[in-house]
Design a protein around this ligand. Structure first.
Ligand code: ZN
Length: 438
């Protein structure tokens, strides 16, 4: 896996002044955010409301024709066209659409292009029938980004907006790594990145924009338990890897409950068990796969080695062997405190209630942007009261209501204006360029 570039803050000089413009720049996490630019946000929200009907239609279109990670070219070009730039530059199967001045500092908003390999189970006429499904709400995010982008194109804005149409959020290697550190993204002079994800654990009309770590680091583990196969009637001449693997699964559970500080969130889930082909045969090997989620870098390192040691020692007790290999996924998603504070005020102005910060052991490759730029991931509520058991993210029947398109767009615009006010205090009070017709 590629290693993301180091965090470089706001691109300011050591004395806190912007190298290119000589303006004071707030360093991530320091100082108070500038007051939200009420007039700019109001104008953007008014323009956005006119874009919503077309975006809802686009959401249905994207939902009906989803594409899997690594194959999102049609989705990307459709969204780029809706943003007013069908020829926007590509980065693998993603696109970058810049709205506003062609050079100088900018603020980016990320939306994911990919769907999941699920057979959709919703009753709507625009349900997918191609074996892929937007069961994570990415269709909503994309449609909402066209609302935000078109509003900024129409009204103008304090800083250029770069729409990051990102591929492969759901897969590995992560599509965020296509963008982070790429020459195409570096050329955009990005000073802050905003992400928004729908979330069914938050009620409609509410948004979580908590500072600090909100999502876990994610790794995948594959454990191969090797035994000696043979006839099920003569187990004494075999070394049964199924029995050994069963004990490995149980033994691994103590690593979280007994070996990890209970004040440090961590999860180890074994998600697949592959073993055998017949009821009367002891197989040669069993393959387990699982996911490991942590918030503390030290826990991540120690659990990798503890998983290997525990699996190996447990299998050995059954005269089998176990080998663990790891695929490192995204780091902890760490929201910039200054962006979070500024966004809270803008969200209220956008008619959205700021919810209690949502922190979970979920993961998102938006975390890679946090390693390079001050970044903020917000979670927009799509939950209904009394419907806690409704299908959630990644369920084939998950279907956010259509009003979510406008809610997500409003959150994106609030995040954009908030980021402008933090990156260049004072600039957000005015419009940085002449609006364009769309
Ligand atoms: Zn998602």
């Amino acid at each position: 896996m590629a290693t993301p570039a180091a965090h470089t803050g706001w691109g300011s000089t050591r004395d806190g002044r912007d190298a290119r413009y000589g303006q004071a720049v707030v360093t991530a996490g320091q100082g108070q955010p500038a007051a939200p630019a009420g007039a700019v946000l109001t104008a953007l929200l008014q323009a956005a409301s006119q874009e919503v009907p077309a975006a809802v239609a686009l959401r249905r279109e994207l939902h009906a024709t989803p594409e899997l990670g690594g194959h999102e070219t049609r989705t990307a070009s459709r969204v780029a066209a809706a943003l007013g730039e069908p020829g926007a530059p590509s980065v693998t199967t993603g696109r970058l659409v810049r709205i506003g001045a062609a050079s100088g500092p900018s603020v980016a908003i990320r939306a994911e292009l990919d769907a999941l390999p699920l057979t959709e189970q919703t009753p709507v006429a625009w349900a997918s029938r191609n074996g892929a499904s937007h069961s994570c709400g990415h269709d909503v995010h994309l449609a909402a980004l066209t609302v935000a982008g078109r509003a900024v194109r129409r009204v103008g804005g304090p800083l250029p907006l770069v729409a990051l149409l990102q591929p492969r959020e759901e897969g590995y290697p992560s599509g965020a790594l296509d963008l982070v550190g790429s020459p195409q993204l570096e050329a955009q002079d990005i000073r802050a990145v905003i992400g928004v994800h729908v979330h069914p654990h938050i009620l409609c009309g509410q948004v979580s924009a908590g500072p600090g770590p909100v999502n876990a680091a994610y790794d995948e583990v594959t454990i191969t338990v090797q035994g000696r196969g043979g006839h099920a009637a003569y187990p004494h001449v075999t070394r049964d890897p199924v029995l050994a693997a069963a004990h490995v699964i149980l033994a691994l559970q103590h690593l979280i409950s007994r070996r990890t500080d209970p004040m440090h969130p961590a999860v180890l889930t074994i998600g697949t068990v592959q073993a055998g082909t017949a009821a009367n045969v002891v197989p040669e090997q069993v393959v387990l796969t699982g996911s490991l989620r942590t918030f503390e870098p030290a826990d991540r390192a120690s659990l990798w080695s503890a998983v290997s040691a525990t699996a190996g020692a447990t299998a050995e007790a059954y005269e089998c062997t176990a080998q663990a290999t790891f695929t490192q996924g995204e780091p902890v998603l760490d929201n910039d405190p200054a962006l979070a504070a500024a966004a809270a005020a803008c969200l209220a102005q956008a008619g959205l209630r700021v919810a209690e910060p949502l922190r979970s052991c979920g993961s998102d490759d938006f975390a890679y942007y946090c390693t390079r730029y001050p970044s903020l991931m917000m979670f927009v509520g799509v939950g209904q009261p009394g419907m806690q058991d409704a299908p959630g993210l990644h369920h084939p029947a998950f279907l956010p209501r259509e009003e979510a398109v406008e809610d997500v767009a409003r959150a994106m615009l609030a995040g954009y204006v908030a980021a402008c006010s933090v990156v260049l205090p004072g600039a957000a009070a005015g419009l940085g360029w002449a609006p364009e017709s769309v």
